[in-house]
Write a protein that binds this ligand. Structure first.
Ligand SMILES: *Cc1c(COP(=O)(O)O)cnc(C)c1O
Length: 383
């Protein structure tokens, strides 16, 4: 038998498998024990139990979450890989060879949209408003008026770099008012922040299994306006990341994936969707996340921490805090102390700002945030 050299922390005798720590990160997130338990069996991808019993209801359920008013206009296409794979699939499938994409960027994830488009050799223009400012709507409107070549616009819904909630409705009004196709990376917001893609006129929107729907990581999904997706045959720059082809396969096979499906992850996602429904749907989840974030900010500010963003720009998803200026402070030491108390936080990502981030999504409740604040108070070794 092979022996593994170093005993990892999860082999320690007192290790609590069920609850080693909660993840206060932007994903993967803490999941419920019942979601994790749903992983524990194998499924045949050829069988109706799986395709009709699990995949098809997930696709129908996602469309209903996306739009209460016109779900029949949309379809949900599940895609293997992490969320970025679905973003790349959406952009690569939606924008034709002679199209031009305008990217609104104000953080790491917005920049990634630009990088994906450029790598796919799509004619791309990036409007970067900097990490601390919302998109410049006047500039967007002027660009669409003055450049008829721009066919598509893409933006991030919740910019997870800072926790900034971008003004999706205002952006949508401009993009659709100018008759362009509108693509959204709603990875860290979908299922946690109410929206109606039909009312906003969104044509394509992406999220993944392990953000606000609280499944485990392993696939993403693109929700697309059927009439627009129907025009995308043959546009994709990749075989595996072809949303049109994946859609055609799922429609024809009643939920069958073209290539190996992450069956266990999909089954756990079905459980996560059920739990979202039982919680009271997106509105109730939004209320919980909002209360989580409210308690976080009140508690952290009481302990002397300062938020990176003004409160008005925050989403309930994740919050950036400045690292303390104290000479003895070291983020990794603070991080390790919190981890021993059962909480994992996240380093900052804002360029030029020395910060860290705390997520408030996942199977995390206001009482967890209260316990976190107690743990933070007890971990301020530098004070
Ligand atoms: C998490 C996230 C992604 C990337 O997801 P991966 O699963 O890491 O590929 C993309 N965009 C946003 C806004 C995110 O929050």
């Amino acid at each position: 038998m092979q022996t593994i050299a170093a005993a990892p922390v999860d082999q320690a005798p007192d290790f609590d498998w069920q609850n080693p720590y909660i993840l206060l990160t932007p994903g993967p997130l803490s999941t419920s024990p019942t979601v994790r338990a749903a992983l524990l069996r194998d499924w045949c991808t050829w069988d109706d139990d799986y395709n009709l019993g699990i995949v098809t209801p997930i696709r129908e359920g996602l469309v209903k979450i996306a739009s209460a008013t016109k779900p029949e206009d949309y379809t949900a296409v599940l895609m293997q890989g992490s969320g970025t794979f679905s973003v790349e699939a959406m952009i690569g499938t939606a924008v034709p060879a002679d199209g031009k994409l305008l990217v609104l960027a104000n953080g790491e994830y917005g920049n990634r949209l630009g990088r994906i488009a450029q790598t796919l050799k799509i004619n791309t223009v990036v409007h970067d408003s900097g990490e601390l400012a919302p998109p410049d709507l006047g500039k967007l409107e002027a660009a669409l008026r003055n450049d008829a070549a721009i066919t598509h616009v893409v933006c991030v819904h919740n910019e997870t770099t800072t926790g900034m909630l971008n003004p999706l409705a205002a952006i949508a009004r401009i993009v659709k008012g100018q008759g362009r196709i509108f693509l959204v990376d709603s990875m860290s917001a979908f299922g946690g922040i109410p929206l109606d893609v039909a009312a906003l006129g969104i044509d394509f929107i992406v999220s993944s299994a392990n953000k606000c729907i609280q499944g485990v990581p392993g696939f993403g999904f693109v929700i697309a306006r059927k009439s627009e997706l129907a025009r995308c045959s043959g546009r994709a720059r990749s075989v595996s990341l072809d949303v049109y082809d994946q859609w055609a396969g799922m429609e024809k096979g009643h939920g069958k994936w073209r290539f190996t499906s992450p069956t266990h992850v999909v089954r756990a996602f079905a459980q996560a969707m059920k739990e979202l429904d039982e919680e009271g749907g997106v509105a109730a989840r939004f209320a919980r996340y909002t209360e989580n974030q409210r308690r976080l900010v009140v508690g952290m500010e009481r302990l002397g921490f300062r938020c990176v963003l003004p409160h008005a720009l925050h989403s309930p998803i994740i919050t950036g805090f400045y690292n303390p200026e104290a000479p003895g402070y070291d983020f990794m030491k603070f991080y390790d102390l919190l981890k021993t108390k059962g909480f994992v936080i996240y380093p900052g990502k804002v360029t030029g700002i020395n910060s860290f981030r705390i997520g408030t999504i996942g199977h995390v409740f206001p009482e967890d945030i209260d316990r976190l604040i107690v743990a933070v108070e007890a971990s301020r070794y530098w004070v």
